[in-house]
Design a protein around this ligand. Structure first.
Ligand code: PEP
Ligand code: MG
Length: 324
């Protein structure tokens, strides 16, 4: 079975009815790029840049160090697209320091709802521009896409555009070469999913973070074991939001990927295909097994079952089964 799965590495993920599915890797450190290529990834769908920021006694990585890390991933992926997510510290991924000065975050009341991800980046604009500069510079070495986590408000995207414009013009002034970099946002806060039509004109692509989307939709702390049994990806509210985001993004002619754990779990492969998803990003070790599922799927048949799947009663039954 292992040998059979490994032979699948170089097989393209195409369904029985001829639909091509993009298989991307989630990585955390530059040295993970090699494993992603070996696992047959067609690109990096999520590079969690915060791992460059964590466990270093609160010292932030300088622009040069970040640039070298991003460039290493871009070079390592050998022409395949690399999606770099701006720093997503906070909540389950704390920096080892109090953020933003004197005592401000010493006692975080509710980290998952606090100063994390894009909220922190926008509150530390110098740090954020440094990261954007490093990412844009890496784009001179291969295709780079920029991904912003935890977007909740339209104005957050507008501020990111302003920061990007400023950094681009600085780089142009310094005659630093950069490539074309697309801008995408994570949909992982239900509010963002619900206002998606107003966000879409401002972005090139969407990536759905189901780990957080489930946490925030169900009000279940993803790190709290005492409520882990209530963390239910089959909840009709979760599936409804997922279906809506995939459908609306595709209708707008933009690409949509799922990069949360659901994408790498074969329990959900058919459901996500039925919803119209054609881009999956997961831990490299899961690519072969998910691909095997995709090769056996018929999306036309699956799509016709979606209506009944999204009926709350059926879902309630399915989710009760899941839990007991
Ligand atoms: C997610 O929330 O689904 C996600 C991919 O991001 P992270 O797990 O890093 O929060
Ligand atoms: Mg997340």
């Amino acid at each position: 079975e292992r040998a059979r799965l490994s032979r699948l590495r170089h097989t393209r993920a195409v369904t029985l009815d001829g639909q091509s599915v993009e298989m991307l890797a989630n990585i955390e450190l530059p040295q993970d790029a090699q494993g992603a290529v070996e696992a047959g990834a067609e690109g990096v769908g999520l590079f969690r840049s915060e791992f460059l920021f964590m466990n270093r006694g609160g010292q932030l990585p300088a622009e040069e160090e970040q640039f070298e890390a991003y460039k290493a991933v871009v070079m390592g992926m050998q022409g395949r697209p690399v999606t770099i997510r701006t720093v997503d510290v906070g909540a389950d991924k704390p920096l080892e320091r109090s953020l933003g000065g004197e005592g401000r975050h010493d006692h975080v009341l509710n980290p998952a709802l606090g100063m994390r991800a894009i909220r922190w980046s926008l509150s530390e604009p110098g740090m954020f521009r440094q990261q954007l500069r490093a990412i844009l510079r890496a784009s001179a070495h291969g295709p780079v896409r920029l991904l912003v986590p935890m977007v909740t408000h339209l104005w957050e995207i507008k501020q990111v555009h302003e920061c990007l414009a400023r950094v681009r013009s600085q780089l142009a002034d310094g005659q630093v070469a950069i490539g074309h970099v697309e801008l995408g946002i994570m949909i992982e806060v239900p509010a963002a999913a619900l206002i998606l039509p107003s966000l879409l004109p401002w972005v090139d692509f969407i990536s759905i973070g189901t780990n957080d989307l489930i946490q925030y939709t169900l009000a279940i702390d993803r790190a709290d074991e005492s409520v882990a049994h209530l963390y239910d990806p089959w909840h009709p509210a979760v599936l409804g939001l997922l279906e809506q985001v995939i459908r609306q993004t595709r209708a707008a002619g933009k690409s949509v990927c799922v990069c949360g754990e659901m994408a790498g779990d074969t329990l959900f492969t058919e459901t996500l295909l039925a919803m119209g998803l054609r881009s999956f990003s997961m831990h490299p070790a899961q690519i072969a097994t998910v691909k095997q599922r995709i090769l056996r799927a018929d999306t036309a048949r699956l799509a016709s079952t979606l209506g009944s799947l999204l009926t709350s009663e059926q879902l309630a039954a399915a989710s009760a089964q899941e839990l007991h």
